[in-house]
Design a protein around this ligand. Structure first.
Ligand code: 4NP
Length: 147
């Protein structure tokens, strides 16, 4: 799960998918990263933590890290939250970029829609709630598809 800062959107996505995979006894390794590295070492945004916790998902132990090219070797599937993130991932991954492994997260709801998960970073709590619901719905679709 990849976004820009790895503090708002992708930590929510990691937390939800990790928990749902566990509930379905799926032995998946779910991780997240950000492309800008501005928040390396930080915990998720307070509002991401709050909204996740209100939904029974504890993301407080996550630590922000920058996406690295080796992520294409480690993971089978890489979801980007938005088009700008995809551009960054291509630049970071260079020759390790593998188009067959990467997709917009929201394409699991609407194939080929290439829609962005809105960035709640500049908004209020309401934005985080909306993003949480959207990501949750998408993670449910991922579980239904791959389980
Ligand atoms: P995220 O939100 O990509 O969902 O974690 C952002 C958080 C921080 C910044 C940008 C987006 N930033 O530029 O610091």
């Amino acid at each position: 799960m990849v976004c820009l800062g790895n503090i708002c959107r992708s930590p929510i996505a990691e937390g939800i998918l990790q928990q749902k995979a566990k509930e379905h006894q799926l032995n998946w390794v779910v991780d997240s990263a950000g492309t800008n590295g501005f928040h390396n070492g930080e915990a998720p945004h307070t509002l991401s933590q709050k909204v996740a916790m209100q939904n029974g998902v504890d993301i407080s132990k996550q630590i922000s890290r920058k996406f690295v090219m080796e992520d294409f070797e480690l993971y089978d599937k890489i979801y980007v939250m938005a088009a700008d993130v995809l551009v960054d991932v291509k630049q970071i991954a260079k020759e390790k970029f593998d188009a067959s492994k990467i997709d917009f997260l929201l394409n699991e709801l609407q194939m080929g829609g290439n829609k962005n998960v809105p960035d709640p970073w500049y908004g209020n709590e309401d934005g985080f709630v909306k993003v949480y619901k959207l990501i949750e719905k998408t993670c449910e679709a991922i579980i239904a598809k791959y389980k």
